[in-house]
Design a protein around this ligand. Structure first.
Ligand code: ADP
Length: 755
């Protein structure tokens, strides 16, 4: 039993990729949990220390209690608490220093392993497919040659038998003989190519099953098993440092030890193998009848024998040449093989050295290297030479400054990001230190990186040095790097997004249907044109910032943002029906009134939720709603939204959708949720008029004037009377007289129930 035997089938291959994805996801989850634990333990330890300091202050002011037994007892309590705090801190430091790094390395290793496996698997199978195509290509040519040779032979023999015409036209006879000779020669050459190719294909097919695929699977299995051991070690480290102050710790620890003890690399993949075992794919049948025996192609009477190399006066030169070329190729491969064998021996020896060295120590209690009382606390920051800057967890790509400031909370929190100034890309270190400081990383003429002090080959080395040395980034700022801030789960990798097709056009760039890897999730992706000014890019991302706080079935859900590189993107749930406006115009006629009311109801539910969260949408309209499954409507396009109870526009009224906007917003630039209620009235009107344009035939200015004079849109044909009454209330000139969204929702629900 093992990968090599049981996982040769294509279903098993998919399953093997999926199980690796799942393992990587689990590891990432573990890493997040450990990070949270480290943070919580450090805070806990800090609280313990400050309690101890408080106790110290009390001691200095209580001379009278010298010798008091109850005071002594309390001192013991405080000391013990301080000791516990210190141990908790040490444990947290250990997790931050060693364990998190091990987990990160393990994740990288597993990702690399999966990649290599996928590529190799493709390569091996692609080769077989290529050979098969070659066989059939040559076979087709072979058939043509047999036919041509037979045909030219018949013609030549016919001409020969007609003696008199042969005498009359000797040149024609020569031509026919020549053609017969040429066609036969070509046939013999192709025959040989075919026999060689067939042999190669059959051998490759055999090697694939017996060596190539089993070897690949075996390697993968042993690498996965090794990773499992490391993983087990990492989890042991976490478990050993789990809060031992809690009540019932012993019992919990017993359970955890048991949970660890049952991890067994020999059994780990047994259930997986049992579930995903499959038969190897069907043999490819190369027992193809020879074209020589195919009488449909004409009767063949030459000297060729199926599957035999023909060596005769027609082919002798070619065969010799082929033989020479093959001999050279064999020599070449033999040299490669010997070289690989040497490499294999060298690596095996080095492996044996490492295994021997490791076997001499207890891996859970490695001897101390520094013989000093308190080793300097190293930090979780190390340079991994294989990681590009943009893969570092603390590199946040083109995340805008406002977002950066929100992430840096405690003194010493820091991250690295990218910005563009005067069309030049700059890498910036942002630190929370007496406010927020942003340092541009300087590049020396020798292409090294520095702030004020030493220069380094890579930005990673520079940052790790600043972190370890705890020296100020610049003397003037005094800023010290204590705590790297890692990317949030919203910050996705641009490379994980595979754009499939364009489905719309937004203000900032095109909108695509896309697949988000590794989960292969269908998503909608808004892209931001690369050449837009920074200000616009910030505006584009503000939609993502607002959406990430909301979770409601009638609000389009944010999956994440991609800011690692250009183009920046917002990734959202895919709402398959597209914009409500287009949907109404296209399919409105077939929708029953009940569905139209239920669409209004969906919008009201989404808007009531937004109002409860203090969000003003400012651009509510049918064009900005999306239609999902079962005609469910979701509010979208939060590009103009604001998270304030009241928002006063200061930057002019440029792109305001006049015909959807409430009078007080148009006159004084004053926005509240009551303005959204006005727009909601227009949205109801759009839904029941099946996507007509409001105030058609009136210019924006004219429409504004008429509204101020008391004009309101007339009732569309299909609108139920209570719904139109509600619409008119939404268009009350005085905002305070309009209903709130929860009331609107209740009223619509009532209408819906009675339809
Ligand atoms: P912008 O805010 O940049 O103007 P929109 O939100 O209006 O962009 O999107 C433009 C178009 O893209 C929409 O009209 C719709 O057809 C399509 N679209 C946007 N988001 C989604 C989504 N989540 N699912 C499906 N289609 C979408």
């Amino acid at each position: 039993m093992g990968f090599a035997n049981d996982l040769q089938g294509f279903q098993s291959h998919d399953a093997l990729l999926n199980v690796q994805d799942a393992e990587i996801e689990l590891l990432e989850h573990i890493r997040r949990c450990v990070q949270i634990k480290v943070k919580a333990d450090r805070e806990y330890s800090l609280a313990m220390t400050s309690m101890f300091a408080q106790a110290g202050r009390l001691e200095s002011s209580t001379e009278e209690l010298r010798g008091s037994l109850i005071k002594q007892a309390w001192d013991t309590v405080v000391e013990t608490t301080e000791t516990i705090g210190r141990v908790v801190r040490q444990n947290a430091d250990f997790l931050a220093t060693n364990t998190l790094e091990s987990i990160t390395n393990l994740i990288l290793e597993k990702k690399a392993l999966r990649k290599v496996y996928t590529e190799e698997h493709h390569r091996i199978h692609d080769e077989l497919t290529r050979l098969r195509e070659d066989v059939f290509r040559i076979k087709a040519e072979y058939e043509r040659c047999v036919e041509a040779a037979n045909e030219s032979r018949v013609k030549y023999e016919e001409a020969l038998s007609k003696n008199e015409s042969a005498a009359a036209k000797p040149r024609k006879l020569d031509d026919l003989k020549d053609r017969f000779f040429k066609n036969s020669r070509r046939l013999h050459q192709v025959h040989n190519e075919y026999v060689l190719m067939l042999n190669e294909a059959m051998q490759y097919e055999k090697h694939l099953r017996t060596i190539l695929l089993p070897d690949l699977l075996e390697c993968q299995e042993s690498a996965l098993r090794e990773a499992l051991e490391t993983w087990q070690g990492v989890m042991r480290e976490v478990v050993e440092r789990i809060d031992f102050c809690a009540e019932g710790f012993q019992a919990t620890h017993g359970k955890l030890s048991y949970a660890l003890s049952i991890i067994d690399p020999d059994k780990e993949y047994k259930a997986f193998l049992d579930e995903h075992r499959s038969n190897p794919p069907q043999w490819m049948d190369f027992a193809i009848p020879s074209p020589l025996q195919n009488t449909q192609l004409g009767k063949y009477e030459g000297t060729l024998r199926p599957d035999r190399i023909a060596v005769d006066d027609l082919t002798i030169h070619d065969v010799r040449n082929s033989e020479l070329a093959k001999r050279r190729a064999v020599d070449h491969v033999k040299r490669d093989r010997d070289e690989m064998k040497c490499l294999y021996d060298r690596l095996s020896y080095q492996l044996a050295l490492l295994v021997g060295a490791l076997s001499e120590v207890d891996p859970n209690n490695a001897p101390r290297a520094l013989n000093i009382a308190e080793a300097p606390s190293p930090s979780a920051m190390t340079v991994n030479p294989n990681i590009a800057l943009q893969d570092e967890e603390w590199f946040h790509g083109v995340l805008p400054r406002e977002e950066v400031v929100r992430l840096l909370v405690n003194e010493g929190d820091y991250l690295v990001r990218e910005t563009t100034r005067n069309e030049e890309r700059q890498i910036v270190l942002s630190v929370k230190w007496n406010g927020h400081k942003h340092f541009i990383i300087q590049q020396t003429p020798e292409h090294k990186f520095r702030f004020e002090g030493s220069a380094f080959d890579t930005i990673q080395e520079l940052i790790v040095y600043q972190h370890h040395s705890e020296l100020p980034v610049t003397i003037k700022s005094g800023a010290i790097l204590y705590n790297p801030i890692f990317r949030e789960r919203w910050e996705l990798n641009n490379d994980d997004v595979q754009l499939i097709e364009k489905i719309g056009r937004g203000n900032f760039g095109d909108v695509y249907r896309a697949i988000l890897h590794p989960k292969r999730m269908n998503v909608a992706v808004k892209t931001c044109r690369v050449n837009l000014p920074e200000e616009q890019k910030k505006k584009f991302l503000s939609e993502g910032r607002i959406l990430k706080q909301y979770d409601h079935p009638n609000i389009v859900r944010l999956v994440g943002i991609c800011v690692q590189k250009q183009p920046i993107m917002i990734v959202m749930e895919l709402v398959p029906g597209g914009s409500l406006l287009n949907y109404l115009r296209r399919d409105g006629q077939r929708l029953p009134t009940r569905t139209l009311v239920s669409m209004c109801l969906d919008c009201a539910a989404g808007m009531a939720y937004l109002e409860s969260k203090g969000c003003i949408h400012r651009d509510l309209a049918a064009r900005n709603c999306l239609v999902g499954l079962n005609d469910e409507v979701k509010i979208s396009d939060f590009g103009m939204s604001r998270e304030e109870q009241e928002y006063v526009v200061s930057d002019g009224m440029k792109q305001i959708p006049i015909k959807w906007t409430a009078p007080e917003a148009l006159h004084y630039g004053k926005y509240t949720s009551m303005c959204d209620v006005w727009s909601f009235g227009v949205l109801i009107w759009e839904i029941f008029s099946l996507g007509q344009a409001p105030y058609a035939g009136l210019s924006n200015t004219k429409a504004r004037e008429k509204i101020d004079q008391g004009y309101r849109l007339p009732a569309p044909e299909r609108i139920p009377s209570p719904v139109y009454q509600l619409t008119l209330r939404c268009w009350e000139y005085t905002p305070e007289r309009r209903p709130h969204f929860d009331e609107i929702h209740k009223l619509l629900l009532n209408v819906f129930k009675h339809l």
